[in-house]
Design a protein around this ligand. Structure first.
Ligand SMILES: [Zn+2]
Length: 83
């Protein structure tokens, strides 16, 4: 049985508990951590930057720009579902 710190009051709570016994704050299970959503946010920013870079390369006349733009779009959509 693993223990984790409550986000609200900081007390040790069993990872199997649905909520904190001290303050009632719902405990997020594994895979629902804050890290997952921040990774999704990072992916969205990375995808958006790739789309912008791809657009600039395409405007400059390089056909690779469309490919970079498409890759950025794929990362953006992936990050959206992950969030
Ligand atoms: Zn608590």
């Amino acid at each position: 049985m693993a223990l984790q710190a409550c986000n609200e009051c900081g007390s040790s709570v069993s990872s199997k508990a649905a909520s904190c016994p001290r303050c009632g704050n719902p405990i997020a299970g594994p895979g629902m951590s804050v890290q997952a959503s921040s990774a999704g946010r990072r992916g969205k920013i990375a995808g958006f930057l790739l789309i912008l870079i791809g657009m600039f390369i395409a405007i400059a006349g390089n056909p690779l720009g469309g490919l970079v733009c498409f890759a950025g779009f794929a990362v953006f959509v992936w990050a959206r579902f992950k969030d």
